[in-house]
Design a binder for this molecule. Structure first.
Ligand code: KG4
Ligand code: ZN
Length: 337
């Protein structure tokens, strides 16, 4: 079975083809970063319109580079949520309609399930059960994963998601959108010993996260500093260290609580090198294993949706002839495979 995957939940149009017997056949991504940069964040209406412009040409491109015939595509998977409703509707309508035209089943995929399964596209993929740290622009989740669709959320963010905190802190330090990668790059030049930021919610039991206070702490530190280049880098470094350290502490706790020995790190912030390094060290100390997707599959992409769709369609799941778009949708509501 060959599955077409479509991702349009936010500001990236992603398309991929995944085959049961040979894995990923081809994928393409169009990022809207330049479109939203001058507004300092994603403008939902502009995002939807750009998906409309880019999606079908990308589908054609991926079919061509994969050297697949349309008649050989056996199913279509699209991101049904969570995300921006207008953006989701573009992928959902296009995906559902293509499936109808081709006479094949379609399935709406949960965006975070896509992220969570992305390491399955790599050599030596993780075995179930595992613990997943999902850190993106919209979510910070610790999930106990028993199998596909069998998810227990152990920790969630009570305010800003990790990526959101990275982006907002980057903006207040004067870095351009999207701030996460820019802040991480600047942190490389920072002195880790100059400032010490708090590690939020680590002084009490539990696995939830709160990152909005850290952003305020960064703002105050910046305003009280001399606002020179080195101050900016030192604050970026202290912020990154605090976030990474907090995530490491919560992962260690969740591993102890569940007895799990495999940790999957996924979502856009999973591309952060310092986080990958520290979690790698943690898993080595725990005698376990850390699994990440390749960097380009940490951030939004069509490949993770094609893969999740393939697993569900292969198990016989599919949607009726209706278009599914769920801007808010809990991972725990998913049907197990
Ligand atoms: O998963 P993703 O592409 O989109 C969502 O589903 O939200 O995640 C995007 C988020 C953004 O907040 C971005 O700033 C952050 O991931 N991000 C990073 C890095 N690369 C992307 N944050 C920190 N360090 C990075 N290297
Ligand atoms: Zn994402």
């Amino acid at each position: 079975m060959i599955v077409l995957g479509i991702e349009t939940s936010c500001d990236e149009t992603g398309v991929a083809l995944y085959a049961a017997d040979s894995g990923l056949l081809g994928h393409a991504l169009y990022s809207q970063v330049d479109l939203h940069a001058r507004y300092g964040g994603v403008v939902p209406e502009l995002a939807s319109r750009d998906h409309v412009r880019k999606l079908l040409p990308l589908v054609r491109q991926v079919i061509e580079i994969s050297e697949v015939k349309e008649k050989d595509i056996g199913g279509v998977a699209y991101t049904a949520g969570p995300g921006l409703v207008g953006a989701l509707l573009v992928g959902a309508t296009t995906g559902r309609s293509l499936a109808w035209t081709w006479g094949v089943p379609a399935i709406g995929i949960h965006h975070m399930e896509g992220h969570l399964l992305a390491p399955m596209l790599e050599p030596n993929p993780p075995d179930f059960p595992f613990l997943a740290l999902l850190v993106s622009g919209g979510h910070s989740l610790l999930v106990e994963v028993e199998g596909i669709g069998d998810y227990r959320v152990l920790g969630d963010s009570v305010d800003d998601a990790v990526g959101e905190a990275f982006d907002k802190t980057a903006t207040l330090l004067g870095l351009s959108y999207p701030g996460g990668p820019a802040l991480a790059a600047l942190a490389l030049q920072g002195d880790a010993t100059r400032y010490r930021f708090p590690r939020p919610m680590t002084d009490r039991p539990g696995l939830d996260f709160s990152f909005s206070g850290l952003k305020t702490f960064a703002r105050n530190t910046w305003l009280e500093s001399g606002q020179r280049e080195q101050d900016r880098a030192d604050i970026a470094r202290a912020f990154e260290e605090a976030v990474v350290d907090t995530l490491v502490i919560k992962c260690r706790r969740a591993l102890a609580q569940t007895g799990l020995k495999t940790l999957v790190i996924a979502g856009g912030v999973g591309a952060n090198r310092r986080l990958r390094e520290r979690l790698g060290e943690l898993m080595q100390a725990e005698g376990g294993r850390a699994c990440y997707p390749r960097l380009e599959f940490c951030t939004d992409n069509g490949a993770m949706i094609a893969y999740a769709g393939y697993r569900r369609l292969q198990a016989g799941q599919h949607e009726s002839l209706s278009i599914k778009a769920m801007p808010r949708w809990s991972l725990q509501e998913l049907q197990a495979v």
